[in-house]
Design a protein around this ligand. Structure first.
Ligand code: ATP
Ligand code: MG
Length: 333
């Protein structure tokens, strides 16, 4: 009798700043909710956090903090492999092999690369790693034979590039890699900045009122939501042409799971102040258990160390044979 196996998923998150509500709603919450559906591998991609200017002490602190938050958010070490990218050497090794089959033009076309270059300060040089980031990311995914890559809208182009690179490799050297595909949910895939609803919430942005960090205290959360940019109209409706209100309503809808029509009906005749107050409470209450679990787990460094070690071991056990396959295919062994 054939044993039904679950499809493998892989996704990653960079320790490039404080993890925020956009990361949670667009990615991490779904990883958690879908844990029984897939064979799950999730990664703190610290090597990716080095592609823009960074500080060693900060990287060390953020890497561990983000790893801990993923468990606090609900990833379960019994059902998901969670690990830190740099602890598995196969990632950088495969990256080099893939570099040698990836046309430069494919990388220069990436919109995130162009945006990141535009954000560098005037005298900063462009790190080669910034251009190469999507190749490293391709390796992250295909090292685990992952079929599905659950990401927010902004990562779609990179996952499509990963498909192209895997297909090209298979064409040149024979069937070696599983060709992955992005999985993007409709709702919450792009949570926008509170101060500027035309820009997505990002970890690496320097604007203090743009994102709600998962570890923000209740007063800070409520203050940021109170100050969110809306518009001068009064009606509270899910209307994408009014990005500020639309963003607040989307956060409400995805966090509460309440139908859109019901939310709109509740705010009939009410003002933005009411919506913001309720949303503040909803976000605070939704994040409370995550924050409590974070405090408990981060207060037990030995347990965090053990989780880090166990995740890396399990990841290595999958990645190493796949790397070996690639090395054979290209003639290195
Ligand atoms: P950075 O600014 O350093 O790129 P980031 O906030 O974009 O940070 P990433 O680590 O690049 O976060 O992405 C982690 C995951 O979160 C990815 O799946 C990405 O698609 C998703 N994501 C990032 N920002 C948002 C957002 N504003 N809304 C929904 N999903 C998001
Ligand atoms: Mg990003």
């Amino acid at each position: 009798m054939a044993v039904a196996t679950k499809a493998r998923t892989f996704s990653g998150i960079k320790p490039s700043g404080d993890i925020h509500l956009g990361n949670y709603l667009g990615a991490v919450k779904r990883w958690v909710d879908d844990q029984d559906r897939y064979d799950n591998i999730y990664c703190v991609v610290d090597l990716h956090a080095m592609t823009v200017p960074f500080e060693p002490d900060q990287l060390r602190r953020r890497q561990r903090e983000l790893f801990t938050i993923l468990f606090a958010a609900g990833l379960d070490p019994e059902r998901s492999i969670v690990f830190i990218q740099s602890h598995v050497r196969a990632h950088t090794e495969l990256c080099w092999i893939l570099n040698c089959v990836t046309p430069l033009g494919w990388l220069e076309r990436m919109t995130q690369y162009k945006d990141a270059v535009a954000k560098l300060k005037e005298n900063d040089s462009i790190p080669t790693g910034l251009l190469d980031y999507p190749v490293l990311m391709t390796g992250d995914i295909i090292l685990y034979d992952a079929r599905y890559v659950p990401v927010g809208e902004d990562q779609k182009q990179h996952v499509e590039l990963a498909r192209n690179i895997a297909e090209r490799f298979n064409r040149l050297f024979g069937e070696t890699f599983v060709v992955p595909e992005p999985v993007i949910q409709e709702e919450g895939a792009r949570i926008m900045g509170l101060d500027d609803p035309t820009t997505k919430m990002s970890k690496s942005d320097q604007f203090p009122n743009r994102a709600i960090a998962l570890l923000d205290d209740p007063d800070t959360i409520r203050r940021k939501i109170r100050g969110a940019t809306t518009d001068s109209l009064r009606e509270i409706r899910f209307d994408p042409s009014r990005p500020g209100v639309y963003n607040l309503l989307t956060i409400h809808h995805v966090l509460s799971g309440e139908p859109i029509a019901q939310i709109e009906a509740r705010y009939e005749g009410k003002g933005y102040g009411d919506l913001k107050r309720d949303l503040g409470d909803l976000v605070v209450e939704s994040l409370r258990p995550v924050q409590e679990r974070y405090r408990a787990l981060s207060g037990d460094p030995a347990q965090v160390d053990a989780l880090i070690e166990r995740g890396a071991e399990r990841a290595r056990a999958i990645a190493e044979p796949v790397l070996e396959r690639a090395k054979r295919a290209v003639g290195l062994v």
